[in-house]
Design a protein around this ligand. Sequence first.
Ligand SMILES: [Cu+2]
Length: 141
Amino acid sequence: MRLFVLASVLCAVAGLAAAEGHLTPAPEGASARIVAPEDGAVLSNPVTIVFGLQGMGVAPAGVEQENTGHHHLLINTELASLDLEAGLPATDEIRHFGGGQTEVTLDLPAGTHSLQLLLGDWQHVPHDPPVVSEVISITVE
Ligand SMILES: [Cu+2]
């Protein structure tokens, strides 16, 4: 019973926070960048993508610390198609790096792909304003 009450209270608090649109603020000038590969690169698998972040620090998911977040790699996913005020879903095209990783090596299907980084806070919600990289395009042979 006690657990149930606690869970209800926590849900109510989470609901309130969401309703009021309390997004984690990003410091002015913070930015993410895909360090490698270069825009327009033609590569073969496996592809290593290196994430850069300026003006903020990387922290694992679940760790609430000011001016930090973890990387998300958007593959062939337009920023405009995402709800930037909610936790990001985890899919093949929205990869979470909740361990605080700053690069990934993966196999991509042959063809051209767009890549973009989007930082999320400890709860996987983008910051205000969102910290994103430029979109790059790579071709996998
Ligand atoms: Cu995440």
